[in-house]
Design a protein around this ligand. Sequence first.
Ligand code: ADP
Ligand code: MG
Length: 213
Amino acid sequence: MSLTSNQTILLLKEIGKTLEEHKTLLTELDGAIGDGDHGINMNKGFTAVTKKLDDIQTEDIGHILKTVGMTLVSNVGGASGPLYGTAFMKAAVVVAGKNEIDLHDFVKIMEEAVEGIKMRGKAVPGDKTMLDALEPAYNTLYQAVEENQPIEDILKKVKDAALQGVQYTEKIAAKKGRASYLGERSIGHQDPGAVSSYLILDTIYKTIRNIKD
Ligand code: ADP
Ligand code: MG
């Protein structure tokens, strides 16, 4: 199973729709422990991405992901813009020149995305950030692909691992980002960035499941 350039573009637009649908949820989560703009930021970023993808002229998936990353960096004011932007720009490099990507490429994409976020934000898992969803998701992906599991099972496990990571963020205090100003008072709330990361992975699962059918 592999994704063509057009399917990748479709998937990215689906992510945009999901983030739009969950704009209020993400903003409310951020309102509890941050400045209440995460939903607005993600929606603004991905609305710009969707517009860009409407008239993108290339089939190079590396170029497509790079465009997503640059668009997020330049359109999102909050911390999440440069973080997700770096993730996409780093991921772009490992699929440069490809018109089709498979699960092994997705492993590399996720690895680079997680590395990019760590490099940019200097957070580690346990700091109550998007990394608490993304790192376990990556580890699950790596393991399941090694074991040659069916794609649908793999992507389901990946988004489930991210959801568990989201639930974990509820139990810990923030050490990075705006929520860290609240310290222990951030306990009891899910991290908004972890939730947006989960939503992205859930959309990947649902969209690819439909493409496969
Ligand atoms: P801002 O915090 O600037 O308002 P957003 O509200 O859009 O930006 O994004 C907040 C999210 O960004 C947090 O919930 C967290 O997941 C993520 N985040 C913040 N700082 C970092 C960091 N240093 N490393 C990784 N993720 C971070
Ligand atoms: Mg915010």
